[in-house]
Design a protein around this ligand. Structure first.
Ligand code: GRF
Length: 217
C-alpha cells in the first residue's frame, strides 16, 4: 500500500449523501484518500454545499451549456484531469457517459447503483423491485465499463424487502447500505487490494465473502 493518500475526484448531480459518506469516512476513519475536487453537472446540486462545507474545491460543468455530449464530456475531462485523480467516483452522477470518457478512466472509474446488479439497471430501481415482488434488494459498487450498470462488481449489500414497503422506505434501507459499501470499495481500491480477472473483481487476489457476491458460475 502506498503511504500517500489516493487522489480522488467525485462527480455528483444531486443530494450528495454518498459524497458525504465518503467525506465522513475520510475525516473520521482515515480512508486513505485525498478528495481533490467535487464536480457537478448541475449548479443547484445540494451536494456542492456539502463539499464546500468540507473545504473541498467544487466545480460545475453544466451539460446545458454544451451543444453536444462530446463537448460536455471534453469539458468534464478537462475539469477532472486538472486534479490528476487516480480514482474518479460517480456518486449519484445522472448523465450517461460516452465511450471516450469511459475508456479514458478505465479501471479507475467507479459507480454506486441502488440495486443488486445485474437486477434493475437504470432508473427507479426501488419501485421496479417492489413491482417485481423480489424479497431482497440492495446496492452495488462497480467499475464502470462501456455499457450502463454492467461493469465488474466490487461489492454488494443486501437488504430485505418487507411488507408495506414503499419505494421511499425501501430506498432509505438501501441508502444506509450504500453509505457503508461505497467508502469500503474506495478503501480497498486505495489500499491496492482490487484486481479484475476475466471480468470479475478480486479482493486480495480472490473472490471474497466480504464482497457480498453470490458466485453464479
Ligand atoms: C444513490 O441512490 C445512488 O445509488 C444512485 O443515485 C443516488 C444518489 O444519491 N446512483 P446521493 O446523491 O449520493 O444522495
Amino acid at each position: 500500500m502506498s503511504s500517500l493518500p489516493l487522489p480522488v475526484v467525485v462527480l455528483i448531480s444531486g443530494r450528495g449523501s454518498n459524497l458525504q459518506a465518503i467525506i465522513d469516512e475520510t475525516r473520521e476513519r482515515e480512508l486513505p484518500i485525498e478528495l481533490r475536487a467535487v464536480i457537478s453537472n448541475s449548479p443547484v446540486a445540494p451536494g456542492l454545499r456539502q463539499a464546500h462545507a468540507a473545504r473541498i474545491p467544487t466545480y460545475v460543468v453544466d451539460h446545458h451549456e454544451f451543444a453536444t455530449r462530446e463537448a460536455f464530456e471534453r469539458a468534464l475531462i478537462e475539469a477532472i484531469d486538472a486534479h490528476h485523480p487516480r480514482l474518479v467516483a460517480l456518486a449519484g452522477f445522472m448523465r450517461v457517459l460516452g465511450t471516450a470518457f469511459i475508456d479514458r478512466y478505465a479501471g479507475r472509474l467507479m459507480n454506486i447503483h441502488s440495486s443488486l446488479l445485474p437486477q434493475f439497471p437504470g432508473l427507479k430501481t426501488h419501485a421496479r423491485a417492489l413491482a417485481a415482488g423480489v424479497v431482497e434488494h440492495g446496492a452495488t459498487v462497480h467499475f464502470v465499463t462501456r455499457d450502463v450498470d454492467v461493469g465488474p462488481i466490487i461489492v454488494q449489500a443486501r437488504v430485505p424487502v418487507v411488507a408495506d414497503d414503499t419505494p421511499d422506505t425501501l430506498a432509505a434501507r438501501v441508502l444506509e447500505q450504500e453509505h457503508r459499501i461505497y467508502p469500503l470499495a474506495i478503501r480497498w481500491f486505495a489500499e491496492g487490494r482490487l484486481s479484475v480477472r476475466e471480468g470479475k473483481v478480486l479482493l486480495d487476489g480472490r473472490r471474497q465473502a466480504a464482497q457480498g457476491l453470490v458466485d453464479r458460475d
